[in-house]
Design a protein around this ligand. Structure first.
Ligand SMILES: *Cc1c(COP(=O)(O)O)cnc(C)c1O
Length: 219
């Protein structure tokens, strides 16, 4: 199937209130334009340099989401244009985003990445770290970032009940955060392999790559 067909099939499955981020990492501009032609405007990338290059080359009404792990020294390259940063997992990173956003007189929307997978991965805050961050004085004085929700990745497994449990845990942290901060509207969970489960568990934003653009070739 073509990119257009894939995209239209997936969009027909998403009910109202679920936003699609088309994950275009490693894919060429012509693939992105094919999705653009059928109305897709939100694209996700996981490397800052690649996203900057695509932002320069492609139509300016595309909203670019940074979905990958962000190194602090790369924030300055995307602060001017990035629409949403999904993977914020430390106070130091948040502070740097705030600093760079200020230079461009912007308020950059961010999601805090939560570690929900039972498998061991490096990235994401746990519940205590999330609490600590939002209670901190430093956070309260940051005027050029806005936390708008949470992001998480479930364990890569066939065990549906485990994936469901991890998404449910993130949803409950999301509901809790809504009682503590204003403007919490985005729960970014679900990829090609698990977005249907994620939506059933309350996702409001899915990040889908290979089911739209085909398998990635990293060589
Ligand atoms: C690559 C990536 C995706 C998309 O993965 P697919 O399985 O191709 O849909 C989603 N989220 C993050 C954080 C990614 O790095």
């Amino acid at each position: 199937m073509s990119i257009k067909d894939n995209l239209n099939t997936i969009k027909s499955e998403l009910h109202e209130g679920v936003t699609l981020v088309a994950v275009s990492k490693t894919k060429p501009n012509k693939d992105i334009l094919e999705a653009y032609e059928v109305g897709q405007r939100i694209f996700g990338e996981n490397k800052v340099q690649e996203m900057v290059q695509k932002w320069e080359d492609l139509p300016k009404d595309i909203e670019w989401h940074m979905i990958g792990h962000v190194q602090r020294n790369k924030v300055k390259y995307m602060a001017e244009f990035v629409s949403l940063i999904h993977g914020v997992d430390s106070p130091r990173l948040l502070k740097e985003i705030n600093k760079q956003a200020k230079k461009h007189d912007r308020v950059v929307p961010c999601l805090l990445q939560i570690h929900i997978a039972e498998e061991d991965t490096k990235f994401g805050l746990d519940k205590a770290e999330l609490e600590e961050l939002i209670e901190s004085d430093a956070f309260k004085t940051m005027e050029n970032i806005k936390i708008v929700g949470l992001m998480g990745m479930a364990t890569f497994t066939d065990d549906e009940s485990q994936v469901r449990r991890e998404f449910a845990q993130l949803k409950s942290m999301f509901d809790d955060l809504k009682t503590k901060l204003n403007d919490i509207t985005i729960l970014s969970m679900g990829m090609s392999g698990d977005y249907r489960l994620a939506i059933e568990e309350g996702s409001t934003m899915v990040r889908i790559g290979s089911s739209i653009f085909g398998a990635r070739n990293y060589t």
